[in-house]
Design a binder for this molecule. Structure first.
Ligand SMILES: Nc1ncnc2c1ncn2[C@@H]1O[C@H](COP(=O)(O)OP(=O)(O)OP(=O)(O)O)[C@@H](O)[C@H]1O
Ligand SMILES: [Mg+2]
Length: 257
């Protein structure tokens, strides 16, 4: 059965979606069957994969239809390896509708829906929205592991303690087997003193805890180029230093028992 990894951080723009697509390709390159799930109404992952969320919305073939409607989740899968379950703006309606279902344990909807496809993949990566609402809770309940991308700037690290509190709550109440895969520092400029201070601060703050901090993903304009082309950076510049960390995270995931 597949390992399910949620990429979560309630802070916007820290690299969740970029990490999801690059990690998905890095795993696929290693021959692992990988499914990426766009769990964000912004549909960025869907766009990064080169699809148009509006067109998919018109044909009612995005995650919303599987989560709230009764479309089988398998029927929403696009592409081969990595495959994608796309999202569109209608997913924003899912939060209030999930809330209505709260008495029916709405936090577990995504987990239950993914059960049907778990055997077909080695890895399922869930790209979370920038909030700690029910979509992120659903992802964390469906996940075995959580990877936390953190931009190496001052504001971004502030929210991590809050995210870890939420993770602990979910471990206590809803998903006792959820583990933290680690923190992935992103958009790091090794020549910038500030970035280095933040990275060292992150390492100091977590030194007492057994949280793995991966080597940072360097800042590079190739990431923006990749998103505008609808292909992942690891595919455009396979050997570049900016993507080494994604291969490292892929390796860590593959080696988890
Ligand atoms: N290592 C990097 N170097 C330079 N730019 C990057 C890097 N990683 C991501 N970016 C750029 O930063 C922006 C935000 O990245 P991304 O969409 O992955 O963040 P996010 O956390 O998913 O955002 P949101 O919270 O809105 O979902 C994008 O324009 C992306 O191309
Ligand atoms: Mg995103």
């Amino acid at each position: 059965m597949s390992k399910v990894v949620a990429l979560a951080n309630q802070k916007g723009g820290v690299g969740k979606t970029t990490s999801t697509i690059n990690l998905a390709y890095a795993l696929a390159q290693q021959g692992k069957r990988t499914l990426a799930v766009d769990c964000d109404p912004q549909g960025s992952l869907t766009i990064y994969f080169g699809f148009n969320p509006d067109e998919l919305e018109d044909s009612d073939s995005t995650l919303y239809a599987g989560l709230i409607g009764d479309k089988p989740i398998e029927s929403l899968i696009l592409g081969e390896n990595p495959a994608l379950i796309p999202a569109s703006i209608s997913l924003a309606n899912a939060e209030p509708e999930l809330l209505v279902k709260i008495m029916l344990s709405s936090q577990k909807v995504l987990r239950d829906k993914l059960k049907g496809v778990r055997d077909n993949y080695d890895f399922i990566l869930i790209d979370c929205p920038p909030s700690l609402g029910l979509l992120t809770i659903n992802a964390l309940v469906a996940a075995d592991l959580v990877l936390v991308p953190v931009k190496t700037d001052n504001l971004s690290f502030h929210g991590v303690a809050r995210l870890f509190q939420t993770i602990e709550q979910i471990q206590a109440d809803l998903n006792p087997t959820l583990r933290v895969l680690g923190i992935l520092p992103t958009q790091y400029n090794p020549r910038n003193v500030h970035d280095n201070q933040i990275l060292n601060g992150v390492r100091d703050a977590l030194s007492g805890q057994s949280v793995n901090i991966f080597d940072p993903v360097n800042r590079s304009t190739v990431f923006d180029k990749a998103t505008s082309l609808g292909i992942p950076t690891v595919a455009i510049t396979p050997g570049s230093p900016s993507v080494l960390s994604y291969h490292q995270v892929a390796e860590a995931l593959i080696n988890i028992p």
